[in-house]
Write a protein that binds this ligand. Structure first.
Ligand SMILES: Cc1cc2nc3c(=O)[nH]c(=O)nc-3n(C[C@H](O)[C@H](O)[C@H](O)COP(=O)(O)OP(=O)(O)OC[C@H]3O[C@@H](n4cnc5c(N)ncnc54)[C@H](O)[C@@H]3O)c2cc1C
Length: 532
C-alpha cells in the first residue's frame, strides 16, 4: 500500500516532537495548513483516454492518476491542491520483454509517447506527462520483477529491471550476497529507476554507486535492442553502459540488468559510531583525511552545525541533547557549533576495532569527540522513516525540498555557504523565511556530495507555493553552477534541472546526447521533454 498523495505506507507516520514544532514556528512563522484536494475529484475530471484498446493497456482513472507524477515538490503541490492536470492516457503492465517490445512497437506505429515507470520516486519531474497532441502511455515495469541469474563465481546477478529494492535484496541475501544499494527511497524504488537516474545510496561508500555496480543489460528501444555484456573490462571503444546510466527513459526501456554483487561474510556486523567536530571546516577536513588514508568505511554522514541542532531537536531526545550541550563544550566543541558525524563500518569485530582505532588517531588532529554507538543505532532505525516527516510537515503547513550536488574538496565550504545563502535570500523579498541545513554523505577521493534541505511555508494560493519553489530552485541551482558543482550528484535531471544541464555538458555534449537518443528513438517517443 502506498499513500496516493504523499510518501510511503499510509499506516506509518513520523511525529514531530513539541520542541520541533516550536523551532519551526520560531524560524518560519506559524504553519499554514491547507485542506487537501480529494482523490475522487481527480477521478471525476480525468479526461477521456486517447489510446486505442489494447489487452496490455489499462485506461481506468485510478491507474492513470497514480502514474501521473513522482515525488517532486511540484508533484506534491499538484496532488495536494488539485493543480495536477496532466495524466497519461493509460498504463501498461508488461510482464516480460516480449510484451515490452510489442508496446514499444505499438507506440512507434501509432505515435504514442511512452514514459517508463519504475517505482515513481523521482524527485525531479521525470514522470511528468508532457503536453502533447499524441497520447501518452505510462509503462510500468513492476511485473518485470524476477531474478534471472546468479553467477556466484563471477559475483554477478541479473534481474529484470522492474524489481524493487527490498525484493532484490531478499533474493541476494537468501544466497549470502548483497548489492548494498540503499537510497533513502529503497523500499519504493526499482533497479531500472536507479540505473536510469544514476542513483547513489547510503552504503555506496563501501559498495559503489549504481554506475559502478551496473555491468550490463538490455534496453528495448524503438529502433531495436541495445545489449551490453558484462565484460570485466574492455578497450573496445566508448562504454555504452554509460549512455544508459542516467538516460531517464529517453533511450528506451531497460528490461534487464546485470549487477556486481558482494558476498556477505558470516561474522560481519555493522557498527555505526557517532562523533562531534568543533566546526564544519574541521569535519570536512577530517572526512577527507579518512578517505585519503583509505579507511574502509560503510557509510559517512557529516552534518553542518545547523543540521546537527535541528536533528537533535527533531529527535525528541531531550535528556540526551541536554547532556551533549553540557558535555561537548567541556571537550572543546563550542555550543551550537558542533557538527555531528556518523561513521559506519561493516566487518568482523576485530577489523572494525582496528579501523576505528586508526580513525581515532586521524581525527584526534581535528579535535573530534567520539560518542559511541547510540546515535548511529538511532540513525539506522530511522533511516527509511525520515521521509515520512514530509507528510507531517506538509499537514502542518510547511513544504520540504532537498537539493544536492558534488564538488571537489577545495570547494566544499564555499559551496554549502553559497547554497544556503541563495536559498535563504530567494524568498526574502516575498517576506518568507526559509530554514536550511546541509550534510555530506558520499565522499570520494577527489571531492564529495553535498545535500541541503530547505523548509518554507506553503501558501493558501497553490500558485504562490509553486512560485516560492521556483524562486528557491532557480536561486540554489544557479549558486551550485557558479560554485562549479554538478547540477545533480544522485537525483538526475528530469525537467526540474533541465535549465542547468547545458552549463554542465556544454553545447557539443548536449548534441552528442541528443544524437544518441535520436539514433535509438528517431521518432522521439521515449519520455519526451526530460533530460534534454
Ligand atoms: C524520499 C526519497 C528519498 C530519496 N533518496 C534517494 C537517495 O538516497 N539516493 C538517490 O539516488 N535517489 C534518491 N531519491 C530519488 C529516487 O528515489 C531515485 O531517483 C530513484 O533512482 C528512482 O527510481 P524509481 O524506480 O522510483 O524510478 P521512477 O521515479 O519511476 O523513474 C525515474 C526515471 O527513470 C526512468 N526509468 C525508470 N525505470 C526505467 C526502466 N526500466 N527503463 C528506462 N527508464 C526507466 C523513468 O522514465 C524516469 O525518467 C529519493 C526520492 C525520495 C522520494
Amino acid at each position: 500500500m502506498k499513500r496516493w498523495n504523499g510518501w510511503g505506507d499510509p499506516s506509518v507516520t513520523m511525529d514531530l516532537p513539541e520542541q520541533g514544532e516550536s523551532l519551526l514556528k520560531d524560524s518560519l512563522g506559524e504553519g499554514t495548513p491547507q485542506i487537501d484536494y480529494e482523490r475522487g475529484k481527480f477521478l471525476e475530471r480525468m479526461p477521456k483516454s486517447r489510446l486505442p484498446q489494447h489487452p496490455l493497456i489499462m485506461t481506468d482513472p485510478e491507474a492513470r492518476l497514480d502514474h501521473a507524477h513522482g515525488q517532486s515538490l511540484p508533484d506534491w503541490i499538484g496532488l495536494r491542491t488539485g493543480m495536477l492536470n496532466r495524466f497519461p492516457d493509460g498504463v501498461a503492465f508488461p510482464s516480460n520483454a516480449g510484451e515490452v517490445r510489442s508496446l514499444v512497437d505499438l507506440a512507434e506505429k501509432q505515435k504514442i509517447s511512452l514514459i517508463p515507470y519504475g517505482g515513481g520516486t523521482s524527485v525531479l519531474g521525470h514522470l511528468t506527462v508532457p503536453e502533447e497532441k499524441q497520447p501518452v502511455l505510462s509503462l510500468s515495469l513492476k511485473r518485470l520483477n524476477r531474478i534471472v541469474d546468479l553467477d556466484e563465481k563471477s559475483l554477478l546477478a541479473t534481474f529484470e529491471a522492474g524489481i524493487m529494492g527490498p525484493d532484490l535484496e531478499a533474493h541476494l541475501q537468501a544466497r549470502g550476497f548483497t548489492l548494498g544499494h540503499y537510497p533513502q527511497s529503497f523500499e519504493y524504488s526499482s533497479l531500472g529507476g536507479w540505473i536510469a537516474t544514476r542513483s547513489s545510496g547510503q552504503y555506496s561508500t563501501r559498495y559503489g554507486r549504481i554506475d559502478q555496480q551496473f555491468q550490463g543489460g538490455t534496453v528495448i528501444a524503438p529502433r531495436g535492442e541495445l545489449v551490453m555484456r558484462p565484460y570485466p573490462a574492455s578497450a573496445a571503444g566508448p562504454d555504452l553502459r554509460h549512455l544508459v546510466l542516467g538516460s531517464e527513459g529517453r533511450l528506451g526501456v531497460i528490461t534487464e540488468a546485470t549487477m556486481k554483487i558482494s558476498p556477505l561474510a558470516s561474522g560481519e556486523e555493522d557498527h555505526i559510531f557517532g562523533l562531534f567536530f568543533p566546526s564544519w571546516e574541521q569535519g570536512v577536513e577530517g572526512v577527507r583525511n579518512l578517505f585519503a588514508a583509505g579507511i574502509p568505511l560503510l557509510t559517512v554522514r557529516l552534518s553542518n552545525a545547523r543540521e546537527t541542532s535541528i536533528n537533535l531537536v527533531f529527535s525528541g531526545h531531550e535528556r540526551a541533547t541536554a547532556f551533549l550541550k553540557r558535555y561537548l563544550p567541556l571537550r572543546g566543541v563550542p555550543a551550537d557549533e558542533g557538527c555531528m558525524c556518523l561513521l559506519g563500518f561493516r566487518g568482523p569485530h576485530r577489523l572494525v576495532s582496528a579501523a576505528r582505532k586508526e580513525v581515532g588517531t586521524i581525527l584526534k588532529e581535528k579535535n573530534a569527540v567520539p560518542l559511541g554507538k547510540a546515535m548511529g543505532e538511532a540513525w539506522k532505525k530511522h533511516r527509511f522513516l525520515m521521509p515520512y516527516l514530509r507528510n507531517t510537515l506538509w499537514n502542518m503547513g510547511y513544504a520540504v525540498e532537498t537539493v544536492e550536488t558534488a564538488v571537489t574538496w577545495n570547494r566544499v565550504v564555499q559551496t554549502v555557504d553559497a547554497m544556503e545563502r541563495a536559498m535563504a535570500e530567494s524568498l526574502a523579498d516575498m517576506g518568507e523565511p526559509t530554514l536550511t541545513f546541509s550534510h555530506l554523505s558520499s565522499p570520494y577521493p577527489t571531492g564529495t556530495n553535498l545535500y541541503t534541505t530547505a523548509l518554507f511555508r506553503i501558501a493558501s494560493d497553490p500558485e504562490e507555493t509553486l512560485e516560492r519553489w521556483k524562486r528557491f530552485k532557480e536561486a540554489v541551482s544557479s549558486a551550485i553552477v557558479t560554485c562549479g558543482g554538478t547540477i545533480s550528484h544522485q537525483h538526475g535531471v528530469g525537467i526540474d534541472h533541465k535549465p542547468w544541464i547545458t552549463a554542465e555538458k556544454g553545447r557539443a555534449g548536449m548534441d552528442v546526447l541528443a544524437a544518441a537518443c535520436a539514433s535509438l528513438d528517431p521518432g522521439g517517443r521515449m519520455n519526451p521533454g526530460k533530460l534534454l
